[in-house]
Design a protein around this ligand. Structure first.
Ligand code: URA
Length: 239
């Protein structure tokens, strides 16, 4: 259990610099349990603390763990250059508390993207040692043949990679669509593997990370949610 003054609480939740938070409080814009609190020195237990700022409800979170259904034409980079960044799809408080994408999806790739401000979680999810499987559905230019599936399962050689990379699982879904499961997360990996296997990826969507499926989250493109403890527990390796 930890008690913090209200200005520190708001600052930790991404409402701006301490001075700004103090002004918000003194202006009567912050309430707790229906009562305006205008003394920034008031202390509150942070766990499960619900508060309102400008009438919007917030729950204190030490860290945030978010799933976003990423639309096409959004960039995962911190300094987007050609398209809006994925952070623009979240409340601005999350940028201020340094929420960032866990790994990257290409600008034109859609689907499940995790975001957090917990460095240890980001590291554990992105580390090659974690072996967390990621499932993609790719629409291909050429037909999905049994030879293509076999090549992807056997492993294909990519430039700059010392050893061939293989899919953990690969299933034909339709004449021009396959599901591919990878655990490495190299740059443009699905697209480069398909190109190395003499095909071409024209549409790519990530549908699952660990055992967490995008379908179960029921998010439309551009929508996001906080992950529950049960959903977080699904973000693990199958090993
Ligand atoms: N592989 C790709 O080629 N692109 C992505 O965005 C993700 C995996």
């Amino acid at each position: 259990m930890s008690k913090l003054t209200l200005d520190r609480i708001l600052q930790s939740q991404g409402f701006g610099a301490r001075k700004w938070c103090r002004n918000l409080i003194e202006d009567g814009e912050v309430s707790i349990a229906g009562e305006t609190v205008d003394d920034y020195r008031s202390e509150f237990e942070t766990s499960d603390l619900a508060f309102e700022v400008y009438g919007d409800e917030w729950l204190y979170r030490e860290h945030v763990y978010i799933a976003l259904n990423k639309p096409a034409d959004y960039e995962c980079s911190r300094k987007p250059s050609h398209h809006p960044g994925v952070l623009s799809l979240l409340p601005e408080q999350f940028s201020l508390r340094d929420v960032q994408p866990v790994g990257r999806l290409d600008n034109d790739t859609t689907g499940l993207l995790l975001m957090s401000d917990d460095g240890a979680f980001i590291h554990a999810q992105s580390s090659p040692k974690s072996h967390i499987p990621k499932v993609y559905v790719a629409t291909t230019h050429g037909a999905v043949t049994s030879e293509l599936v076999a090549k992807l399962l056997d492993g294909v050689k990519l430039n700059d990679e010392p050893a061939p990379l293989a899919a953990l699982v690969c299933n034909k879904l339709a004449e021009h669509q396959l599901e591919i499961v990878l655990e490495q997360g190299k740059y443009h990996q699905v697209k480069r593997m398909l190109a190395a296997a003499d095909n071409h990826c024209i549409v790519l969507k990530r549908t699952q990370i660990g055992k967490l499926t995008l379908d179960a989250l029921e998010l439309d493109e551009g929508e996001w949610c906080h992950l529950s403890a049960e959903q977080m527990a699904l973000l693990v390796s199958d090993e």
